[in-house]
Design a protein around this ligand. Structure first.
Ligand code: GSH
Length: 202
């Protein structure tokens, strides 16, 4: 655990907001340093010396140790908290969602949001597979959330925080959330839990 840390992040990036929301939920002091993830700021020699992967989020803890990758930072912050199930099977299911998020959800939903909304790429120039795969990911969430209130059962875990980050703004990527009513109800539930209703949606 940590007493506090510095978080380099972009406030339009779901990946960066994930560890911020976890820190705030758990009362861990966080000093946010705003970065632009589109203008090359994460690829300068100075930033590459901090994170050779050239990406945000990047956490630097009070003892100087560094950690990248949104889900790794969340897991470190939430160690021992109720955001990580104690039961081994439920914990593994949380990890199942976290790995799925990074392979099957973020690379399509977040990428469409970035290209369409932030980079203003015309729809016709986008890979049509992004829409197809993004809708498949949203349908996968819908299937689970018609059965349970949260992704791993009855309580909020890191799986919900990871997956809500881009799902809650997926309309910016041209996805129609009204096709996924259980997902919409879950977004409202998680937003309320995190106290972020109406925020970070631009
Ligand atoms: N898998 C990484 C992805 C991090 C990532 O893609 N960061 C983007 C912002 S969302 C970034 O820093 N892009 C700038 C660049 O790659 O130069 C995570 O979950 O932290």
């Amino acid at each position: 655990m940590t007493n506090g840390f510095t978080l380099y992040g972009s406030s339009i990036s779901g990946n960066c907001l994930k560890p911020k929301w976890v820190a705030e939920r758990l009362g861990v002091p966080v000093k946010w340093i705003e970065m632009d993830s589109f203008d090359g700021s994460t690829r300068t020699p100075e930033f590459l010396a901090l994170n050779p992967a050239g990406q945000v989020p990047l956490a630097i803890f009070d003892d100087g140790r560094k950690l990248a990758q949104s889900n790794a930072i969340m897991i470190y912050l939430a160690e021992g908290s109720d955001l990580i199930p104690r039961d081994a099977y439920d914990r593994a299911r949380m990890f199942e969602w976290l790995f799925w998020e990074q392979y099957s959800h973020e690379p399509v939903v977040a990428v469409r949001i970035a290209r369409l909304h932030y980079l203003k790429t015309p729809e016709a120039e986008l890979d049509p597979n992004l829409l197809k795969k993004g809708n498949a990911a949203l349908a996968r969430l819908e299937l689970q959330l018609t059965e349970t209130q949260y992704l791993v059962g009855a309580t909020l875990t890191l799986a919900d925080i990871a997956l809500v980050a881009y799902t809650r703004k997926s309309q910016l990527g041209g996805f129609n959330l009204s096709d996924y009513p259980a997902v919409m109800a879950w977004i409202a539930r998680v937003d309320r839990d995190l106290g972020i209703e109406g925020q970070y949606l631009a």
